[in-house]
Design a protein around this ligand. Structure first.
Ligand code: ATP
Ligand code: MN
Length: 512
């Protein structure tokens, strides 16, 4: 197992691919498929074993049809880091072309995988985002000309639930987009060109606008591709409408976003179609966004924050329809500046009861000297938000929200529920305090949601909450009218609140 061949073929000054490192690492079982538009389009199938990615090039890609055996040509081992690679390998370099992260997850060998590799039969289970269930790689004994072909294998789906459910559907056609960024091959290539042309522009190199760009609308200085494309099928807003909404609402939404690590929901085909949760910054991310490096449980990763209207519109250009944020800002990451209670009504719970539950929670917090604010989620429920000065850490904030939530469940078990027991949910409201873990996110106030009616997570006053029709009742077209008609900020005073989670308040919550 060595990366020598991999490195020999590549010039790392010319290609963005990782060189990989040789430090021994804990055993992992990652699995990845990269769609690679090189001289010939093919799918690179990779399984982690003994510190490298064992690799096969599958010209036709995988299929769920067990009777359709796909040729898989063994290629050189790749570094583990390669599994995170998506981008463009320059023309003229080895493998020149566009690489799209088509699937990823883990694999589970069902026999000794080292022996399987030697003997030419690898049987395993895939836990990917697209591929699942039992699969096998079987080495061909002889090629068609009768000679032994050591590098030719067949990739075969086993008959199981996954093969039956997906029969008759080519998964490569049905789900062509990147699991990492939601982009197609063309967008990946275009984003790279964009990075290049803007780098050239910075150096003062003049350029001619392409036809595509000449047709594009510009909002807040950001060029939109396909401005006319309908994003919300039911309510009818186009990409340009959405960009203009964010441009106008920027003064309202930015204070809630500034400095917070983001999770984004990208919907390349519009709301209500397949969408992607994106946590980490990639080459696709608009340059107007700031990157912040954050230590996660097992690795460091770059997150994005948005602090400007250009950044906001840049996200719309990338087909982002939802902005979710952490409870802390990147410059004070270990001390949350808010707590979020997520109220999720079970089946059959009327909105009036959601509003009543929120009011009970508000009153409970009030008694502890804490002001709170409420917003619709744009989904089914509501979020009650407690702004804090960043003093206490994540553990205290989580513990406080747990204690308050469980106190309410104890007092009113017919109304409230804290554990996610689906069977017990009808008629009750789940208070989910899990939004207060480090790294958890909630949809931002004023963000759209990716549903065809264009609902928005709308801040409302406590008085108007019961009169709403539901958590998704306020839609994009209502937001500014609501703000105008009421003439007052529904969250007036939010910025001015000076309160923090003290030891005394935590004690009080635990005593409830
Ligand atoms: P509702 O009122 O309908 O419950 P909501 O905003 O409270 O709306 P959801 O829309 O169900 O709840 O969930 C959104 C939250 O769930 C996100 O803020 C995020 O924390 C989490 N989440 C959901 N799906 C994913 C995912 N694929 N990856 C990461 N986080 C996710
Ligand atoms: Mn919820």
């Amino acid at each position: 197992m060595s990366l020598r061949e991999y490195r020999r073929k590549r010039d790392f000054r010319a290609t963005p691919e990782p060189a990989g490192d040789d430090t021994p690492r804990a055993e992992g079982w990652s699995y990845v498929i990269q769609k690679h538009a090189a001289t010939r389009l093919h799918y690179d199938f990779r399984l982690e074993l003994d510190g490298v990615l064992k690799s096969w090039a599958v010209p036709k890609g995988p299929t769920f049809d067990p009777s359709d055996k796909r040729l898989a040509v063994e290629t050189e081992d790749h570094p583990i880091e390669y599994g995170g690679f998506e981008g463009v390998i320059p023309e003229g370099e080895y493998g020149g072309g566009t690489v799209l992260l088509w699937d990823r997850g883990t694999w589970e060998p069902r026999d000794d995988p080292r022996r399987g590799l030697l003997e030419g039969k690898l049987v395993f289970t895939l836990h990917g985002e697209k591929l699942r269930g039992g699969w096998a790689l079987v080495r061909l004994r002889r090629g068609r000309d009768g000679r032994a072909k050591q590098r030719e294998w067949l990739l075969v789906k086993e008959k199981d639930g996954a093969s039956i459910r997906r029969a008759g559907q080519e998964v490569t056609m049905a789900r062509p987009l990147s699991v990492d960024s939601g982009r197609d091959l063309e967008q990946i290539a275009r984003d790279r060109d964009r990075t290049w042309t803007s780098a050239r522009a910075e150096r003062g190199v003049p350029r001619r606008a392409s036809r595509r760009e000449a047709d594009a609308a510009s909002v807040a200085g950001v060029r939109l591709t396909h401005p006319e494309r309908v994003v919300f099928a039911r309510s009818g807003q186009t990409k340009e409408d959405v960009a203009r909404y964010y441009e106008r609402i920027a003064p309202r939404i930015l204070p809630h976003l500034e400095g917070r690590p983001l999770t984004l929901v990208r919907c390349p085909e519009g709301a209500g179609r397949e969408c992607f949760f994106v946590k980490h910054a990639g080459a696709w991310a608009p340059r107007a966004l700031r990157r912040v490096s954050i230590q996660e449980k097992t690795k460091r990763a770059d997150y994005l924050t948005v602090d400007s209207v250009e950044g906001l519109v840049g996200l719309v250009q990338m087909n982002v329809l939802e902005l979710h944020t952490w409870n802390a800002r990147a410059d004070d990451l270990e001390r949350p500046d808010r707590i979020v209670f997520d109220l999720d009504p079970g089946p059959g719970v009327a909105w009036a009861r959601v509003a009543a539950a929120a009011a009970i929670l508000r009153e409970r917090l009030e008694r502890m000297g804490l002001a709170s604010f409420v917003k619709t989620t744009g989904g089914k429920g509501a979020h009650v938000v407690v702004p804090l000065r960043p003093r206490a850490g994540w553990a205290e904030c989580l513990e406080f929200s747990r204690a308050v939530s469980e106190g309410l469940e104890r007092e009113q078990p017919d109304a409230f529920l804290t554990a996610m027991a689906k069977a017990k949910r009808p008629g009750r409201i789940l208070i989910d305090y899990a939004r207060n873990h480090r790294g958890s996110t909630s949809v931002s106030a004023f963000s759209t949601r990716s549903r065809p009616t264009a609902p928005v997570s709308m801040p409302v006053s406590w008085d108007e909450l019961p009169a709403l029709a539901g958590g998704g009742a306020v839609v994009l077209a209502d937001v500014e009218r609501r703000l105008r008609d009421r003439g007052e900020d529904p969250w007036a005073g939010y910025e001015a609140v000076r309160q923090s989670l003290t030891a005394a308040r935590l004690k009080k919550a635990q005593g409830l």
